[in-house]
Unconditional design. Sequence first.
Length: 292
Amino acid sequence: MNEILVIIDKLALFTFIVFTMLGAGLGLTIKQIWEPLRSPRLVILSLLANFVLVPSFIYLLVQIVPLSEALKDGLLVMAVASGPPALPKLAQIVKGNIAFSVGLMMLLMLGTIFYMPIVLPLVVQGVQINSWDIGKPLLLMMISPLVIGLFIKAKFSAIAPIMQPILFKLSNAGLLLGLVVRLIMHTNDIIDLLKTGVIFVCAVFIIFSFSVGYLLGGPGIDTQRVLGVGTAQRNFAAALLVGTSNFEDPSVVSIIMVTSLLMMVIVLIAGPRFIEIDKPQDAESQQVEVTG
């Protein structure tokens, strides 16, 4: 039964990522993706949040909080893995800047490919990582469908509006199926982690990461939301790859899976409510733009 769930989970993840990226490509142009990244301030602050502030905070946190070595290692792996494959979907959920989410995701993924093999061995003993091992699945599952979508949008623009709603539904189906399957598969892990209290460390991880990203993602609310969720949701694919290939203790993979699942669930539940809180600020920003 568990083997079947693993296969379903992999298919759901593949469906979710590939169709999300293909749909994002169909709705954007290279210029739109590149435009938000032309702001040096936004790029520098995005890199600072994801590759300096979050990893530093989590490193200090796991030194202070009494945890097993396996749980510490899993949290540190998550902390240095940035560029979540789900970022364009998360941006849709929180009504953020989709173009910025795609550009940011690629920027952070590229950074992780080079950053993770250098930094992780410094904070976790016995880890060996090859940049290509991390980069290959990310390129195949994310960059390739994005490029295909951009090509279709550029050459066959009439097809894009027809395909997008279909891809959107398939992407949502993959996301929901994956969440349900992972909840079923990792119920015991979640219960065990609740008993240890580490789930509260995961909550602090998420709240701090989101807060840092949101505060540094201005001046636009749409980019604040994207950097907030993009910093809080780490690169599950890269973290899981490292966790499964470098650690014998199953607790390392368990904490990676549970933290990633918790991050996604929190965004899905809190995202729409957060937008409601932000609405007065949205209206104020639009009024300033009109007045200006």
